[in-house]
Design a protein around this ligand. Structure first.
Ligand SMILES: Nc1ncnc2c1ncn2[C@@H]1O[C@H](COP(=O)(O)OP(=O)(O)OP(=O)(O)O)[C@@H](O)[C@H]1O
Length: 278
């Protein structure tokens, strides 16, 4: 897979991968997924089915506790559902893999290691350790940290640490990137930069991307499609395409506001959030 720098602008408008973007992403299918942690509590997720096309960016939007993280964990193979299945390119997911990697809210870096050593960790535990010397500089460039390779990880800001975590996730050349509220601990400005860059990187590489969020603005800025979940039990209540060019996503203009209001209205109706402001 060829790595493109983050200032590449070959992402197209609308909700389909840009024609010029070669897709290296996998097709994800979730089929009849139901999960119960404790029988006395009833199912957390009930009969969830959806597909994500190769190279597509999909947000899972729902209120706290509706089961978004549980669903993403099951897509990643970190845990198995009570029933139903997850398929990557038609093959059942039974365990985590460097082909579908998960990124969490906390960057979880080793503070005593350098940025480059942290970014190499994803590869170190695969059969492809030999790629570290070439691949790590590539992914650090990709996340705009090319000049930080030898810096100690604990010297970085929260946003830069999340960029290292992103580089670590991208190093094994995954086909699917799964993001569990990765920007929620960051300030609004840093969060927005990362949202734009992650979308640009994913589109440039043709990755399939799923992001869990309860932030309507984040869903509109990042996703081609938003799956809105309701709760008790968690189900897909609505499947909404976001038809915006990248310029409109980043500019906060009228087109962005229209999509934001439309999604916020649906989300409010489903999640019974008072008002229509994010
Ligand atoms: N390991 C577990 N054992 C028992 N119950 C759990 C476990 N993990 C999650 N739950 C319960 O499952 C429900 C869904 O949790 P989950 O974290 O998936 O929701 P979420 O939508 O991601 O929430 P948030 O946005 O707050 O992170 C919650 O009621 C939670 O208490």
């Amino acid at each position: 897979m060829k790595v493109e720098p983050i200032n590449r602008t070959d992402t197209g408008p609308g909700n389909a991968p840009a024609p010029s973007a070669r897709s290296n992403g996998a097709h994800v299918a979730v089929r009849g997924l139901t999960h119960t942690y404790r029988r006395s509590d009833g199912p957390v997720l009930s009969d969830i089915s959806f597909s994500v096309e190769p190279g597509e960016i999909v947000a899972l939007l729902g209120r706290s506790g509706c089961g978004k993280s549980t669903l993403l964990h099951m897509v990643s193979g970190l845990s198995m559902p009570s029933s139903g299945e997850v398929l990557m390119n038609g093959n059942s997911v039974r365990a985590p893999s460097p082909r579908w990697v998960m990124m969490f809210q906390a960057p979880s870096l080793y503070p005593w290691m350098s940025v480059a050593q942290n970014a190499a960790l994803g590869l170190r535990f695969t059969q492809r350790r030999y790629e570290i010397a070439t691949r790590v500089p590539e992914v650090l460039d990709l996340v705009d940290l090319g000049g930080f390779a030898d810096r100690n990880a604990q010297e970085l800001s929260g946003g830069q640490q999340q960029r290292v975590a992103l580089a670590r996730s991208l190093a094994p050349k995954p086909e699917v990137l799964l993001l569990d509220e990765p920007f929620s601990a960051l300030d609004a400005f840093t969060r927005r930069n990362l949202q734009q860059d992650v979308r640009k990187i994913a589109r440039g590489l043709g990755l399939t991307l799923m992001i869990v969020t309860h932030d309507v603005g984040e869903a509109v800025r990042m996703a081609d499609r938003v799956l809105v979940l309701d709760a008790n039990p968690g189900r897909i209540a609505s499947d909404i395409p976001i038809s915006l060019s990248d310029a409109d996503r980043n500019g906060g203009n009228d087109a962005f506001q229209r999509e934001h209001t439309r999604l916020m209205q649906t989300y409010s109706d489903i999640a019974q959030v008072p008002g229509t402001q994010a």
